[in-house]
Design a protein around this ligand. Structure first.
Ligand code: GTP
Ligand code: MG
Length: 203
């Protein structure tokens, strides 16, 4: 799977702001600062396509990026949206604002007819937090397909990686399902994720 283009399309906090094109959507969700926006830049290889910050709470709207791919195995071109969401589990902006966020994010996740699957990102350095487990269960309960991605694996060693990925599976209760390790810094996991995306677009 080869990315042929990536561009910013729209930001939304309500339904009439969603983009109009009828394209499948692949969504990135996770705690603030886990690396959602960085992963979008790494995947598309377009620097600064999604805005990144070392301060949590950078992304505050639902951001749509149109991506074109060529799936070499079947000689097909496809277009889809990568969707960057604001992080959850970040207290600093105050309760009121967080509540509004979760409401428009929830509205989006429950009502988008073109949602293909959600990538839930979890920091590979720590055990999943309560908010991660809650989000995972909420997605599963609502019938939304989820791929778990362990981020920032460049920051830990091989042993720790195996141990922490096992802990993620244990905490989420997903023994059989695999967790995809990713490093946006080193582009590790990129081709694996592109394969998953390619398969989902051909279904
Ligand atoms: P919000 O928009 O606040 O929800 O955060 P986000 O999940 O979009 O995180 P973002 O991509 O902005 O990255 C947060 C910080 O983590 C930045 O300082 C990134 O440079 C850093 N970061 C992201 N991915 C990686 C990675 O794979 N490796 C390393 N070492 N740092 C990373
Ligand atoms: Mg972000």
């Amino acid at each position: 799977v080869i990315i042929t283009q990536g561009q910013y399309v729209a930001s939304a906090v309500k339904q009439d702001q969603y983009p109009e094109a009828d394209l499948p959507e692949i969504v990135f969700i996770g705690r603030s600062n886990v690396g959602k926006s960085s992963l979008i830049n790494s995947l598309t290889r377009v620097n600064n396509l999604a805005r990144v910050s070392s301060q949590p709470g950078k992304t505050q709207t639902i951001n749509f990026f149109e991506v074109g791919v060529k799936i070499a195995e079947v000689e097909e071109r496809k277009a889809f949206y990568l969707v960057d969401l604001p992080g959850y589990g970040y207290a600093k902006t105050g309760k009121e604002k967080r509540k509004i966020w979760s409401k428009f994010i929830e509205e989006y996740l429950l009502n988008s007819p073109r949602l293909t699957f959600v990538c839930q990102l979890i920091d590979s350095r720590h055990e999943p937090m309560a908010s991660d487990v809650e989000m995972f269960n909420w997605l599963v309960d609502n019938g939304i397909p989820v791929l778990i991605i362990a981020t920032k694996v460049d920051k830990i060693g091989k042993n720790e990686r195996a141990k922490n990925i096992a802990a993620i599976k244990r905490k989420l209760g997903i023994k059989e399902i695999s967790v995809l390790p990713y490093s946006s810094l080193k582009n590790e996991g990129r081709s694996d994720l592109l394969d998953v995306i390619g398969d989902s677009l051909l279904e």
